[in-house]
Design a protein around this ligand. Structure first.
Ligand code: HGA
Length: 611
């Protein structure tokens, strides 16, 4: 979602700010802006709706140079995506603020500040922050003191960057519910909502914690914690290889990320498989002790991660014999939940900053769960920090807004969880675990074979180019795979797609089936295959066109209105991971045919850090 970049240096920082924003573009946004304290001693800003390149052009046309500045990509929550709502927001000519998050008491503060004579020029919640700070500065002239006092009046979530023309040697930051990281340079320092934005200028970072306020000067960084006590935060040297935001030979990040899946699944398995068992300590030193007590599992997640959780439910119940509930985080967090004794709370999130999932975890801590486990792709994230146990997916940075490799690595991690719980609790026969471990080792190769379906899937995509609706069907653990397939198609091709358990067809959705409604089905060769074949007959009988991704050994063949695409055979338990690949490719190629913005689909954002 929105991004923040800030800099204080001896050199001109405008290009650093713009490059930083570009590196955050993948998160999705609707407008961009920056404010610089210029060499003439003024605060000046440029703002544009649309892409960072528009902002860059505006700066090119009317140059801005200075040693202190803040910049922002906005994903509107309060007020339309217009230029006057874009950040930075100013109070007079003195103060500029950029903000990620939501101020819940903005109406009340706005009325109060209007009463004090402040004039608002936007509909955003953010603008109350800058006027509130301006007002506080009247009694507390030091910027850090004023910020500490002002944030006490804010309810909601914020990551803030602030600069003042009156104190132009410093950049201020405040974090509560929205991540911020300081980038450390030599004689220059930086700020961003994600270290990725600053990798061009440094590899040394200091992560702010909840409630921290930071004063960042060229030579010095001072941090106060939520109690106002001056604190040191650890400096982290960033080591991850140069997995830069680079598409390489691929046309889109999404296609690159789909093709990375054998490698990242391999990485997710590395160091976690013993000869014939899963190494439970991969979940943390106290995992074995905690897992031994688990009698139930509650999974909470959003979007694609929720679908991973739904697959895990089939696995946990059928393989480990552990009852499992799965719920979307935005529902779980506001519902009165009855927790069964000895329930493990499992949250799943690519970024680890998903606002609803994080809030659900925080609620869960008050509800008497046995403990919490985060399945997450970002090691230094709030979800990881706040959970008892963690298993990191090793997907690497995912740039495409529509999640692909994050999903399959989540599935692999959830299979490791299933096997670990079954092992520790003695509910999974050692032979079954050994067989699945062996199959997991082969999985990267199998995924490579599934990727070889690329060309046939590209051809199949043509069947969808002029369609407006589709149905996705699956049975058992393939039902959530069908849901994920439908979500991918919606997200990037804007074709309306719905998923149903195949057995539900005749209870309603069959009424929709006609020659304009293609029906996509995933059909591994399992005990449900014959039932699925009957469901497909129901579709054919109504003239519906069938696209069936079927096990090469399932004995299904092409026929009138039936397009069968053979999928390499795989053990049933791992089929959800393998069948995801052709569905990802299908939505990708349909989107390419329709000419949509594959990597940054309209209205969507990566890492949903607001409710
Ligand atoms: N509420 C602010 C910032 C929005 C945001 O953080 N989006 O991710 C606004 O609407 O401008």
């Amino acid at each position: 979602m929105c991004g923040i970049v800030g800099a204080v240096a001896e050199r001109n920082i405008t290009t650093i700010l713009i490059e930083g924003l570009k590196r955050l573009e993948y998160r999705g946004y609707d407008s961009a802006g920056l404010a610089v304290y210029t060499q003439q001693g003024n605060l000046e800003r440029r703002r544009r709706i649309g892409k960072v390149s528009e902002l860059e052009a505006a700066v090119g046309a009317e140059p801005l140079a200075g040693n202190l500045g803040i910049a922002h990509t906005r994903w509107a929550t309060h007020g339309a995506p217009t230029e006057h709502n874009a950040h930075p927001h100013f109070s007079g000519h003195e103060l500029a603020v950029v903000h990620n998050g939501i101020i819940e008491n903005h109406e009340e503060l706005r009325e109060k500040l209007k009463g004090l004579g402040y004039v608002f020029s936007s509909e955003t919640d953010t603008e109350v922050i800058v006027h509130l700070l301006a007002h506080t500065l009247k009694s507390l002239p030091d910027l850090a003191d004023a910020l500490k006092a002002a944030v006490k009046q804010l309810h909601g979530a914020y990551g803030l960057a602030v600069i003042s023309a009156k104190q132009p040697d410093r950049l201020l930051a405040a974090r509560s519910g929205s991540p911020l990281v300081i980038g450390l340079g030599h004689g220059e320092n930086f700020l961003a909502s994600d270290q990725l934005a600053l990798r061009q200028v440094t590899d040394r970072f200091m992560y702010l914690e909840e409630g921290d306020i930071a004063e960042i000067r060229r030579e010095q960084v001072t941090i106060w914690d939520v109690a106002g006590t001056q604190v040191q935060r650890e400096t982290v040297q960033y080591h991850e290889g140069a997995e830069a935001a680079d598409k390489g030979e691929y046309r889109h990040f999404m296609l690159k990320e789909i093709h990375e899946q054998p490698t990242v699944v391999q990485r997710t398995l590395e160091g976690r498989l013993g000869k014939d068992h899963v190494m439970v300590q991969a979940f943390g030193p106290q995992a074995a002790e905690l897992f031994a007590k688990v009698r139930n599992v509650q999974i909470v997640a959003c979007g694609t991660s929720y679908h991973a959780g739904m697959v895990a439910r089939y696995w946990l119940e059928s393989l480990a014999g552990i009852p499992c509930q799965v719920e979307v985080a935005s529902e779980f967090r506001y519902r009165k939940v009855v927790v069964q004794p000895d329930t493990l709370f499992v949250s799943i999130s690519q970024s680890g900053e998903t606002a609803d999932t994080l809030a659900a975890l925080r609620n869960a801590k008050e509800l008497g769960f046995l403990g919490s486990l985060a399945i997450c792709n970002v090691g230094i994230s709030s979800l990881v920090r706040e959970s008892d146990l963690t298993l990191l997916t090793q997907a690497g940075p995912e740039i495409g807004v529509a999640s692909t490799k994050a999903f399959t690595t989540q599935l692999v991690s959830l299979m490791l969880l299933t096997l670990s719980l079954g092992q520790v609790r003695g509910t999974l026969a050692a032979g079954v675990e050994a067989e699945l471990v062996e199959e997991l080792r082969r999985l990267p190769t199998r995924l490579g074979e599934a990727l070889a379906m690329d060309a046939i899937v590209e051809k199949t995509a043509e069947l969808f180019a002029d369609k407006h609706h589709t149905l996705f069907l699956g049975r058992g653990a393939q039902f959530p795979v069908a849901m994920e397939g439908a979500l991918k198609l919606k997200e990037i091709s804007y074709i309306h797609a719905e998923a149903y358990p195949a057995g539900e067809l005749k209870h309603g959705p069959l009424a929709l089936v006609d020659s304009d409604m293609p029906v996509v089905t995933v059909a591994p060769n399992n005990e449900l295959l014959e039932k699925l074949k009957s469901n497909l007959q129901e579709v054919r009988a109504r003239g519906g066109e069938l696209i069936v991704f079927a096990d090469e050994q399932a004995g299904m063949s092409n026929g009138e209105g039936t397009h069968v695409i053979a999928v390499p055979h795989i053990i049933d338990a791992l089929a959800p991971i393998l069948y995801t690949i052709p569905l990802q490719l299908l939505s990708y190629y349909v989107a390419v045919l329709k000419g949509t913005d594959v990597d940054q689909p309209r209205n969507l954002a990566k890492s949903v850090t607001v409710e």
